[in-house]
Design a protein around this ligand. Structure first.
Ligand code: CA
Ligand code: CA
Length: 211
């Protein structure tokens, strides 16, 4: 069934957005549905690039998207040794030990750069404490990259995400990004059910270690 603008279909009923994901009415419905608890403010760039910044060059809205009609493009201008797209301001301002976050985004670049998707945790002063990153080699077609991080530092306060090319090949290279998700996972560490673990299963230990 089809629903009016600003609503979406759920179990055959047209309902309005669920608060956190109802940023605007401009074509973010698919992304919102795929990332219901999204912590980022502007995940799909349908109305611009607000909520995103980064170093090493400008970020602009482009008229093609993985989700919707638009994405963001980041281009290297040589002003730093690397370039990235970073949430601005940082997406999470209060976290705690044991909290688990997952992020995902869709990226593309015909230049074939290696990019890292990073979840970084900082203290209240904004100093980095810990991070997890996933590398991806960009291609001309859209690809999804994901990363997950469990907060461990007692002074952890802020959580941010960024998507960074550490070794640009040349000034003027760019990558496109769209459909960004950051959400808390309900399964705070430690995970009780191995079958539900997002991590690869551990190799069985020696039987002699039992007791
Ligand atoms: Ca989009
Ligand atoms: Ca940031």
């Amino acid at each position: 069934m089809s629903c009016p603008d600003g609503t979406h279909c759920s179990d055959g009923v047209c309902i309005t957005g669920d608060g956190a994901s109802a940023i605007d009415g401009g074509g973010v419905d698919a992304a919102a549905a795929a990332c219901a608890d999204n912590l980022v403010m502007n995940p799909s760039f349908e109305t611009g690039t607000s909520g995103w910044g980064g170093v090493g060059g400008p970020i602009t809205q482009i008229n093609e998207g993985h989700d919707g009609e638009h994405a963001a493009q980041k281009c290297y201008d040589g002003s730093d040794t690397y370039y990235n797209v970073s949430d601005q301001p940082d997406s999470v301002t209060q976290t705690s030990v044991g909290a688990v976050y997952s992020t995902s985004a869709w990226l593309r670049s015909a230049a074939g750069q290696t990019l890292r998707a990073v979840i970084r945790v900082k203290n209240a002063a904004g100093e980095p404490l810990e991070q997890t990153s996933t590398p991806i080699i960009l291609k001309a077609d859209w690809q999804e990259v994901t990363a997950q991080h469990t907060v461990e530092a007692p002074e952890a306060t802020i959580v941010e995400i960024y998507f960074s090319v550490a070794d640009p090949a040349e000034v003027g290279e760019c990558f496109d990004i769209d459909d960004i998700c950051l959400r808390p996972r309900p399964d705070r560490a430690p995970l009780a059910d191995p079958a539900a673990s997002p991590y690869p299963p551990r190799l069985p230990r020696s039987h002699s270690s039992g007791g």
